[in-house]
Design a protein around this ligand. Sequence first.
Ligand code: TPP
Ligand code: SF4
Length: 350
Amino acid sequence: MSYIKPSAFHPALPRNKHGLTHRDYEGSISTLCAGCGHDSITGAIVEAVFEMELEPHRIAKVSGIGCSSKAPTYFLGRAHGFNSVHGRMPSVTTGANMANKDLIYIGVSGDGDTASIGLGQFCHVVRRQLNMIYIVMNNGCYGLTKGQFSATNDKSSPSKKGEANPFEAIDLCQMAIQLGAGFVARSFSGDKRQLIPLIKAAISYKGFAFLDVISPCVTFNNHAAATKSYEYVRQHNHAVGRLDFVEEKEEITADYAEGTAADITMHDGSHLRLYKLDGAHDPRDADAAIDTIRKSAAKGEVATGLLYVNERQQDLHDVLDTDARPLNTLPMSELCPGSKALAGINARLR
Ligand SMILES: Cc1ncc(C[n+]2csc(CCOP(=O)(O)OP(=O)(O)O)c2C)c(N)n1
Ligand code: SF4
């Protein structure tokens, strides 16, 4: 089976100022489970970049490991891409950005990739204020390795076997604000009306832009007692042996107004209550942003929208006062000062 999309398309498809169609912003066909929230985020990224009329070759996609980290394969097939190591997307992106600051860096990670193995890397890329968009596709579990709890899974939320999670969740948006992120937002994969503008704003932001997107895992949020659940099918149909069956599910969408809350029914019948911030929230106030997140959580709601923005953030290149030209464009004569200059530096250190 080929996952390469056919290149033929209708000649009347609208083209942007670069002569590119929507198709030119897509990637290969997704191999994720049907209905996975990560595919909806992929769709939102394609839409945002197409509408912004960015040239795909000006973008670099970097990810770690996980179903979420596979997602960059499914968008911007003409962009640069690097699928790195579990939890190490931030350091790889830092290296790439140091070498060429002229590209737009879209980092894609999972809640396991970021809040578990990659937590240290996450903290340091935030405090270094790397100019990038960091998207966490947050499903509260390790989807790729069969649904173990991740560190963002809510306390008491049951696993597919019905075991309650005994630990408090890490709130990545609160952490990002505390560590100095300049742009922090939260959204839901099925709410394109909110998500696409947030992605556009994050791309336009100079500095570290963090987007935590709640993204349901259709396969591992199944409740054990549900007759259509993964476990139930396995136990009650011996004919399928140990083959894993992933039932096709519909994408969960949400369309609700600012200043209102929406009750989202997940695939396992559990509920997620989203509250969309309105004009009453001042995103320039970091303390107020953390307060809003905490007060919403205390009411059993997840606050979504632009939580915090620092309009005067310096990025890492400003802090380090690097050359205005990208490092990869400097000639060898400038990059290497020669052995005489090196001998002088060494002499000063003796
Ligand atoms: C160093 C290392 N440790 C563990 C793994 C196994 N592993 C692969 S993906 C993953 C978790 C993925 O979870 P998440 O980042 O939340 O992504 P999701 O699949 O849920 O989108 C783990 C533990 C690995 N690939 N590399
Ligand atoms: S296992 Fe979960 S996170 Fe992974 S592709 Fe399937 S639905 Fe998505």
